[in-house]
Design a protein around this ligand. Structure first.
Ligand code: GUE
Length: 287
């Protein structure tokens, strides 16, 4: 069967978003002589993390931000990482701090996230930012959920009243994207590994956000015809290729619109990280 769904071009949307941020960065530099600074902390040498951090560094530099990667050895202790974060918190030139996840097992991730100044938490993961989001008074909002919403808003004329099903309940994606969908007046269901009749639940959705980390889990016949599908999954397959959480080949024959992997949510995540860095800059020292 031929693909019918509109392919949502996250790569193009992200490039456009970055170009706009680049123009803002240039204007800030011209007017104030200040350069927003994004600092990414990477502990250890996970190959996937290395690639992501290099990509964040490159794209931040491309739009004229001050982009610094702090690469720490895998043996870095929790106390040493906390000291690094305290130094970045205290440095006025640092607008955004992102600690690349996952961290080595000997480090308590929650303790590290809690130590980041919420005003510099461009990942939006600090409990203060998560709490603000849950209350509908957004501080810094997690990048991937923000990217999902921008793609949805450019795809659909209105989100109000639509049935949205989020598959996955992670702190990084599932929970925050559900909050944003609720703010956009969707009727939101958060499904997860214990959900009964998952296919039936997903079939009710006008909007499906798949964020489970299980390759090709969501099949074409799980979808309501015409549904908008946002695939957050980025799974490395045995053949080396990337696949989403949605079976794209099947889903594209049923959905109204769908994000590809790669080229969908991933590039938007990084663009939204740059957006958040600018937001943090404005809130802290853009006044
Ligand atoms: N503190 C923290 N914040 C994160 O936001 C975070 C993190 N840790 N750890 C890892 C995950 C993963 N992540 C991705 C971002 C962009 C792409 C991306 O741009 N992907 C390209 C393909 C890249 C490729 O070819 O490998 C795409 O989907 O088109 C992927 C994955 C951010 N993460």
């Amino acid at each position: 069967m031929p693909a019918q769904a509109r392919i949502i071009d996250g790569k193009a949307a992200a490039a456009e978003l970055r170009a706009g941020i680049g123009r803002e960065v240039a204007a800030i530099k011209a007017a104030k002589g200040l350069v927003p600074g994004l600092h990414v902390v990477l502990v250890g040498d996970d190959p996937a993390s290395r690639v992501y951090v290099a990509s964040k560094e490159k794209l931040a530099a491309e739009i004229g931000m001050n982009s610094v990667a702090h690469r720490l050895p895998a043996e870095t202790t929790e106390a040493e990482l906390l000291a690094k974060i305290a130094a970045l918190n205290a440095d006025d030139a640092v607008d955004g701090i992102l600690v690349q996840l996952p961290l080595p097992k000997h480090i308590d991730t929650g303790r590290i996230i809690d130590a980041i100044d919420p005003a510099k938490d461009v990942d939006g993961l600090h409990p203060i930012n998560a709490g603000l989001l849950a209350g509908g008074k957004n501080g810094l909002v997690p990048c991937t959920p923000l990217g999902c919403m921008l793609l949805l808003k450019q795809t659909l004329p209105s989100l109000s009243g639509l049935d949205a099903v989020v598959v996955g309940r992670s702190e990084l994606v599932g929970r925050p994207v559900a909050q944003l969908l609720l703010q956009a007046d969707c009727t939101v269901t958060i499904a997860h590994s214990r959900t009964r009749n998952l296919a039936e639940v997903v079939r009710r959705a006008d909007i499906v956000v798949a964020a489970v980390g299980r390759p090709l889990m969501i099949k074409g016949d799980w979808l309501k015809p015409g549904a908008t599908v946002i695939d957050v999954g980025i799974n490395r397959m045995p053949d080396g290729k990337l696949a989403g959480d949605v079976d794209f080949a099947e889903a594209a024959t049923v959905a109204g619109a769908i994000t590809p992997v790669p080229g969908g949510v991933g590039p938007m995540t990084i663009a939204c990280l740059l957006r958040n860095t600018l937001t943090a800059f404005h809130a802290r020292r853009g006044k």
